[in-house]
Design a protein around this ligand. Structure first.
Ligand SMILES: Nc1nc2c(c(=O)[nH]1)N[C@H]1C(S)=C(S)[C@@H](COP(=O)(O)OP(=O)(O)OC[C@H]3O[C@@H](n4cnc5c(=O)[nH]c(N)nc54)[C@H](O)[C@@H]3O)O[C@H]1N2
Ligand SMILES: Nc1nc2c(c(=O)[nH]1)N[C@H]1C(S)=C(S)[C@@H](COP(=O)(O)OP(=O)(O)OC[C@H]3O[C@@H](n4cnc5c(=O)[nH]c(N)nc54)[C@H](O)[C@@H]3O)O[C@H]1N2
Ligand code: SF4
Ligand SMILES: [Mo]
Length: 719
């Protein structure tokens, strides 16, 4: 299904997989070279939009530091080995580790790019099943885990997450998201700026609640600072206000969620007056937000990273959903709506089991078969049965992206065997004994199997690989399937099923899903062969009201699950109302993203890291002028930032855009460890904010990491 190499210039239509926005791209190639990447104007979903990162796809493809052949670590350094040799050795080492130390002694960590890779999503599971280990971790627990739990509980499926109907809403409240930098998350939305402007253009409002006046806040109709980690209080008070002001209007949702109004007694103690000072907002501001939200013809309250990855993130996401329901804005045009994807993964994916098993050391609950990644290092270092001895890292860089990265870095060094499936020698991959490098995005077939589920409009599109595979390259799915087959063989299990899978390929599975799907195009069922003839993709219309069909519970009702979520109010009360917070010297750490970053891995592209901040690129600590005075810090001066777990030093950036008492540091930097091979990134190394975040502080309801609202202390650096 791949194109052939041509000595003439060729144009290909594909999709950028770097963030969730699913922008269509036009890639011009000549032989094996990429000449340009621009927005595909004929793509009905993204209509020509791309951000500066699109060109990073070319940089990734051409990167001289990119690993293209499997590598084995030897006493004399890295040695190139053949694929067969590499896969045999990896499978044998994992098998031997399990023979010696038990099934659970091999763990996996899956990083974010897997979600953008249909091969990993569809065929990766064969590998985990062959491993049989419960010791599974992923970036989900430093990210969207609360969304999954809320959807699992309320609607019966972890991935049945409603999406803001941004193109029709008259009031868009964004809590802890900065789509102007991130291009949207759990909201696949190209052209975000144009769409936010369009809301304002039709006399609607964009309202941002954020401890930082972010790029999105800058263009909003209204922005309110909020103290990090207090969003659950805000939501409780907003719901309380709804009841007090007699503004409850669930409409048809009352039928679908019969116990919805019972939330009233739980929120009764949380008046706007009582929570105001804790959140940093005034009671009248909170009430005004509710008034305006209810007055709008349609409205949606959306919470993302800032609201999710904090101590009460799960409760916050739950309350956001309840607020949308109580105002009648779930499953309604201009509110939160379910998607209707052409290839619907949900019926085939696990609905998400909660707490079926627990981590060995801290007894943290698993969700959907994965443990919270905050527990990873202790599971590696605490002796006893089930201790992790070998690790498989698939498209992730947890040393930089998960809490207390420094400790994890050390823990990795003690493992017996590590394999990294990655095309870069990263901070994590350098611990590997064997590196298995897959091809980059443009060299593999692509159907966005995940993000159509989270898109603000229904559409469908398939992009074959732009370059034909060369004899010595493999995709992620080929690596996973190769390992799975070998492991089964070593375990004495039949391997006949693999023959059919090699033949079918992930694209064959997508083809089946499309053919089983709900759409037809001009009377014909949608299929891969149809999409090959329509390389820009097909628009399938706006999101549609979908209740009760969207509910996976047998009774087709929304399960409010008060017994699961409401006990967390006790923890919230203890934290906010029964504990004295007297330390006025600490600041609250939060994160940020920049349009030209992508977590930890685009820093080897010169185009992406070039900045004004000599050698630091954008890795700076933003603080408010009042705090600069308080701690005698000048702009650009190097400061030390300390937390319970570590210390980093980086330049201060003094700005009124940040709330007093708050400090913002981006993640994904810190490329100065020994043994990496990222020439550009090492020049713009920065430091890792996750050397400050604390693996022992979690959102206890879900086990999600707390990356926002971490207490830190700052001082000017003497050196
Ligand atoms: N403090 C703080 N920490 C954070 C966050 C934050 O906001 N603040 N955000 C969190 C979030 S939301 C996320 S999702 C995580 C991300 O955390 P991770 O997923 O652990 O890290 P990434 O930086 O995305 O690393 C991805 C790795 O995959 C490799 N890669 C890229 N494409 C492919 C591919 O197609 N196949 C394979 N095999 N490898 C590939 C890259 O080279 C890179 O090394 O970080 C989290 N960490
Ligand atoms: N350019 C770029 N785009 C990306 C990524 C990237 O690294 N770079 N990563 C991708 C990934 S993996 C993800 S998950 C998405 C995330 O996308 P978003 O969810 O939009 O995340 P951020 O851009 O980090 O914005 C989070 C906002 O929350 C605010 N915040 C922090 N703490 C709090 C708090 O306690 N309360 C409130 N109300 N706000 C708070 C921050 O100031 C920030 O403005 O972005 C994706 N897109
Ligand atoms: S917005 Fe996201 S999908 Fe679109 S070009 Fe930028 S990185 Fe790629
Ligand atoms: Mo993420």
């Amino acid at each position: 299904m791949t194109a052939s190499i041509s000595i003439e210039e060729q144009k290909h239509y594909s999709t950028c997989t770097l963030c969730e926005a699913m922008c269509g791209i036009e890639v011009t190639t000549k032989e094996r070279e990429i000449l340009s990447i621009v927005g595909d104007k004929k793509n009905p979903f993204s209509e020509g939009h791309v951000c500066p990162k699109a060109m990073a796809l070319k940089d990734l493809y051409e990167d001289p530091d990119r690993i293209k052949t499997p590598l084995e670590k030897t006493d004399d350094g890295w040695r190139e080995i053949s694929w067969d040799d590499a896969l045999d050795k990896v499978a044998l080492n994992l098998f031997k580790t399990q023979q010696k130390h038990g099934i659970e002694s091999v763990a996996t960590y899956l990083g974010n790019p897997n979600a953008h890779n249909m091969g990993s999503i569809l065929f990766g599971p064969y590998f985990y099943r062959a491993l049989k280990s419960h010791n599974r971790y992923s970036a989900t627990s430093v990210d969207q885990l609360p969304h999954h739990i809320v959807s699992r509980k309320l609607f019966g499926h972890q991935s049945q997450i409603p999406i803001p109907d941004i193109d029709h809403t008259q009031y868009f409240m964004i809590i802890g998201g900065n789509p102007l930098a991130s291009n949207g998350s759990i909201m696949t939305v190209p052209h975000i700026k144009r769409r936010l402007k369009a809301i304002q253009g039709r006399d609607g409002k964009v309202v941002v609640i954020d401890p930082k006046k972010s790029e999105t806040a800058d263009m909003s109709t209204e922005h309110h600072f909020i103290k990090p980690g207090t969003d659950a209080l805000l939501m409780l008070a907003m719901i309380n206000t709804l009841f007090k002001a007699g503004k409850i209007k669930p409409g048809r949702l009352a039928d679908f969620a019969p116990s919805l109004l019972d939330i009233e007694s739980y929120v009764a103690p949380y008046t706007a007056e009582r929570v105001a000072s804790k959140t940093g907002m005034t009671a009248s501001q909170i009430k005004q937000l509710v008034d305006d939200f209810c007055a709008a013809e349609s409205a949606v309250c959306y919470g993302r990273m800032g609201a999710s990855v904090q101590a009460f993130g799960t409760l916050t996401q739950y309350l956001i959903m309840v607020f949308n329901m109580l105002t009648g804005n779930l499953d309604r045009r201009g509110g939160m709506m379910f998607t209707q994807p052409a290839a619907d993964l949900l019926p085939h994916a696990g609905r998400g089991s909660i707490g079926n098993f627990h981590t060995r050391v801290r007894k943290l609950p698993a969700f959907a078969g994965e443990f919270p990644v905050s527990a990873l290092s202790e599971e590696m270092t605490t002796p006893g049965e089930g201790q992790i001895k070998a690790m498989v890292i698939g498209a992730g860089n947890p040393v930089l992206t998960t809490p207390n990265g420094q400790q994890l870095d050390k823990a990795f060094a003690n493992l017996d065997f590590v394999v990294a499936i990655d095309f870069f020698m990263t901070e994590t991959a350098r611990h590997a004994d064997i590196i298995l490098p897959p091809v980059t995005a443009l060299e593999r077939d692509h159907y966005d199997i995940v993000f159509h589920n989270f898109a603000i409009r229904n559409s469908t599109k398939y992009s074959p690989a732009i370059f034909p595979a060369d004899a010595n390259s493999k995709t992620d799915w080929q690596i996973y399937l190769g390992l799975a087959e070998r492991l089964d063989k070593l375990n004495g299990l039949p391997t006949d099923k693999y023959r059919a899978l090699w033949e079918k390929q992930p694209v064959g599975v997508v083809d089946d899903m499309l053919k089983m799907g709900r759409y037809k195009h001009e009377g014909k069922p949608i299929s891969i062969s149809l999409l090959l003839d329509l390389p820009h993709g097909i628009d399938l219309g706006p999101l549609q009201a979908d209740l009760p069909d969207a509910i996976f519970h047998n009774d087709k009702k929304v399960d409010m699950s008060f017994d699961y979520f409401m006990p967390d109010l006790t923890r919230l009360d203890t934290h906010f109302f029964e504990t004295e917070h007297t330390d006025d010297q600490s600041l609250q750490l939060i994160g940020r993203r920049h349009l030209k970053t992508n977590n930890s891995w685009l820093h080897n592209s010169k185009r992406m890291v070039k900045g004004t901040n000599n050698g630091w690129s954008r890795c700076t600590a933003q603080i408010h002028p009042e705090d600069a005075v308080k701690f005698s810090i000048e702009d650009k001066q190097i400061i030390n930032v300390k937390s319970r777990v570590g210390q980093i030093s980086l330049p201060a950036e003094i700005t009124e855009k940040i709330m007093p008492g708050v400090i913002s540091i981006p993640h994904g930097w810190g490329h100065s460890k020994k043994g990496m091979r990222l020439q550009v990134a090492e020049q713009y190394a920065g430091v890792s904010v996750n050397d400050l975040t604390d693996e022992m502080v979690i959102d206890e309801l879900s086990g999600n990491a707390v990356l926002n609202g971490v207490p830190v202390w700052i001082e000017r650096s003497v050196s």
